[in-house]
Design a binder for this molecule. Sequence first.
Ligand SMILES: Cc1cc2nc3c(=O)[nH]c(=O)nc-3n(C[C@H](O)[C@H](O)[C@H](O)COP(=O)(O)OP(=O)(O)OC[C@H]3O[C@@H](n4cnc5c(N)ncnc54)[C@H](O)[C@@H]3O)c2cc1C
Length: 399
Amino acid sequence: MKRYVIVGNGVAGATAAKKIRELDKEGEIVVFSGESDPFYYRPRLPDFIAGAVDLPKFTLQGPDWYASRNIDLKLGETVTQVDLAKKEATSDKGTTVGFDALLLAVGARSFIPPVPGSDKTGVFALRSAEDARAIVQQAGQVKKAVLIGGGLLGLEAGYGLTRRGLEVQVVEFADRLLPRQMDVEGALKLQRILEGMGFSFYLGARSKEIFGGAAAEGLALEDGQRIEGGLILFSAGIRPNLDLAKQMGLEVDKGVKVDDRLVTSGEGVWAAGDLIEHQGRVYGIWPAALAQGEVAGVNMAGGEATYTGTVMSNSLKVVGVDLTSAGDIDAEGKLTSAVYETETAYRKIVVDQGRIVGLIFFGITEGLKACQAAMANKTDVSALVEEMKKADFDFNRLQ
Ligand SMILES: Cc1cc2nc3c(=O)[nH]c(=O)nc-3n(C[C@H](O)[C@H](O)[C@H](O)COP(=O)(O)OP(=O)(O)OC[C@H]3O[C@@H](n4cnc5c(N)ncnc54)[C@H](O)[C@@H]3O)c2cc1C
């Protein structure tokens, strides 16, 4: 009987457990989860902060799911050591389990830049349900929040806070919002809409220090401005959780190095999700972690599957704002683009060598699916670039 150990019960780990059980009905599967909460849909945490939804509503697999499949789920138990020679994993609670195949699916953590004062109370980052609960508690005591980082995740969390009635002040190092998803024109339109929703923005701004006593009272900027707020939320990107992989002596760069079968440099060790680096890329998005969890699960159970990459695609989940961007948005304007624009909407389709390589759909949803499909299928659109600039372009023609 084969023994499997999965470290991490996020989407990568939970999906791998599912796949393994589908293919191997007998094997012993142990899943360790550092979190005490069951497997849930992390992207809904901003809605939880808003008070719009409770955790059970976005729990994807509760303990019963594991029990009914004879999978041993160890909630609130962190793996602290893996002995590759003995093929054993040990947890902070002293459990030691032997394995034939091990999956590292420990995800990533929020990056907290070295801003003095970030150890004060009232300073947060959002990664887990536990973080979200702490943020909600603090939101009940203050009126103003300072959000450090105007990326997608930050704006969604900030939107959650505005729905709780807080004034949200966003401090962004770049000179526009969503620097990775939007070009200059699109970002300006988005900024105007969000300002109408209770956000204010400090762009091109550098954080100097968080001021206050033991509790944070606001953020001072390098240029001397002082922004008051008793809730400081960092949203400055993620860093893969590499501690365990390093301790195991696995090959690591930006993330844990894996091949197309998601095998690491350690014998009998696979890795999937936000912690991996595949062909030089760390994804950090749900669909990639899901696909990788499947591939790793199949291979661990003795099957054959390869991971070929995931198209980077992101949507901003703010009511009244439809924004999806994918692939190369050509922010520097080096490629050919078909742009259609009105006062409130912006559509940009980036074409390289006759193929759609990136897109921004903002305030428009019509044609998005067809465009994404053409991008995935590498459809030749070279003859349509001029026509795609028109308001009434029939996107069925991309098929
Ligand atoms: C607020 C928020 C919103 C998001 N929105 C989107 C979105 O809209 N679209 C999108 O595509 N992606 C989104 N993401 C990103 C997405 O959630 C991640 O890409 C995905 O969760 C990665 O899954 P994972 O399984 O690799 O890691 P995780 O979900 O991070 O799970 C890893 C798990 O491993 C546990 N762990 C860590 N170390 C150990 C250890 N030593 N022992 C045991 N357990 C351990 C952790 O506690 C965690 O539970 C969002 C993320 C957040 C935080």
